[in-house]
Structures are given as C-alpha cells and as structure tokens.
Design a protein around this ligand. Sequence first.
Ligand code: A3P
Length: 337
Amino acid sequence: MEASKFFSRMEEFEPDEGYQKTYRSFDEVLPSLPPSKGWWLDQLFHYQGFWLSTFALRGSMLLNDHFKPRPTDIIVATSPKCGTTWLRALVFSIVNRHSFDFSDHPLSKMNPQELVFFLEGAIYIDGSTSFIDGLPSPRLLSTHLPYSLVPKSMTDDTSDCRFVYICRDPKDVFISKWHFANKLRAKDLPPIALEEAFDSFCKGASHYGPFWDHVLGYWKASLESPKKVLFLKYEDVKKQPSDCVRKVAEFLEVPFSPEEESKEIVEEIVKLCSFENMSNQEVNKNATRNSGRPISNSDFFRKGEVGDWVNHLSPQMAEALDQITEQKLQGTGFNFR
Ligand code: A3P
C-alpha cells in the first residue's frame, strides 16, 4: 500500500524531499500497526496509544513534520461528536464579532467547518500544509488529534498557540457516534449494530479513541497550562451558554467590553450558534454528498441534546460505560457531572 495513493491531489503537488520522507515513514509504519475494524468504511490503526484512521495518521505525521505554528493560532480541539461544530461556530463568531453583522453573518451561509479549518482534513486534500500555510492570521483551526499527537511545536512552552477543547458525557458521545457511523456507512453495508459499536467504544477502538484518554490528555494539559488549553464540557455550554462564551472570549484575550455587554452581543452569539438556528440554515440542511466528501453538512446536526443516550442504551450498558468512566477518571480530579 503506497502512501501516494492516499494523497488525492498528489499529481498537482510536487512533494520535495521533506514530504517524500514523511510519505515513506507513513508507508513503513502502517503495516506494523495493529488494525481494528472501522465503524464505517475504513480500518483503524493503533498508533501511539490511539486508534486512528489512515487519514488521521498521515495527517498527524504531516503535521508533525511540516506544520509551522504561529503564536496567534487558535485550535478548536475535540474528540469526535463532542460538539466540534458548535464550538467552531462559537469561536468563529467570538473572534470575528467586529467584522460581521449578525443579520448577515457567514454562519448563515457557511457550515462552521468552512470557517474553522480541519487540520488533518486540509492536509489530506493537499498532501501538504500549503493551504493552511496560506491562511491569514489569526488562523482558526481544528483537530481531533489527541494532545499527545499534536506537534510539540504547538504544545510546548515556546508556543503561544491556544487550544479550546470541549468534551461530553461518553454515553451521549457514543450514541451520537453510532448514529453518525450509520449515516456514513456505504449503502451496501448493513448498519453497524448498537452492541457491536458499544463493544468497540468500551475497548477504546473508535475514531481517535480511547475516548477517555483523549479527554484526559487535554484535561491534564489544561491544568498544567491553563493559558494554553481551555477545557469545556458540552453540558455546561448547554446549561449556561452565555457564561461559556464570555469564558472563551477571556481565554482568547478578546473579552467583551461593557458596551458590548449592554448591546447584548454575547446573547446574539449564543442565539446565532444555537442548535435551533444553525440546524435550520439552508446550508446545514444540505444532505448532498459531494464526490470528494463522504459527509454532508446535515450529518453534523441530529438532536443536540444532553442525555439522549437514555433512548438507546439499556440500563446495563449505561452502567457498564459509567463504570469504565469512573475507573478511567479515578484520581484525575475530573468527572463528567
Ligand atoms: P447529537 O448526535 O447528540 O445530536 P460534532 O460537531 O463534534 O460532530 O458533534 C455533533 C454533535 O453535536 C451532534 O450531537 C449534534 O447534533 C450536536 N450539535 C451540532 N451543532 C450543535 C449546536 N449548535 N448546539 C448543540 N449541539 C450541536
């Protein structure tokens, strides 16, 4: 299996020796990694403690070898299905609040992933960091990579990049992921059974899993470097969205002025980014899958609720997941309550 086959625009891009070296490393490392069945088409590979698709693995390798961080970079980091779309929208509208009118906002015309660029995705399309390198500062980027796989040039003390991370109750994450996987599975494959997906999730074998290790990586980083990593919970943002918007703005050093408060800009942002508003935008109702893109915008909006797991998991399954969570989080100072 040659890496070049995975780089969709390789014919246009003339990789230099540095890139060739990364592609060779990818080709060398892949066959040595333990595989596991993916939830939709592809396989997952166990790499440095996490289950990654080939897409994420080569993204991680390219990032590590070629990405040049800037001190102004802002990274929305999540484990999939924890609220990436929502957080992208919130961060974009907080950072760019002086540039756009709320009555004619880019978020009414574009999905948040067109405004906050997915690092691994952009690199996949180009086979290089050229697209990301060309973005103006401050760059709003996002990643699903675990903190330990993010390049050291972004996470160490010499870097001023900031990460805003959101996590979510694993029971809701699992249900959201299971629905998502079944939407993405090829039409000729039967749906993945809840029990099969549950077993894999509990064992950690889901995209960017184990879920708990992903959360703990960013949790620990937020304790060690509170100026670098802001750690949020989906449930808290749901309960007190305005407080969370203020928190993110302060963390990014763009706090709301008294004048903005009196104009209720925070509330405008909350309304703009709400599930109700975003899921009803034409651009997000679009269920068309382009040839190069297996996922449509509408796939990122399902219910947007806390506790939907109760409609899908048996009490035994819920208890089993809670037990794993308790075990994994023991002694870390973190819990999902
Ligand atoms: P559900 O499947 O539980 O409804 P991600 O963006 O990380 O892929 O996560 C998708 C989950 O976030 C889905 O959860 C989706 O409905 C929910 N979501 C998307 N936009 C949201 C918003 N603006 N507010 C709250 N939840 C949102």
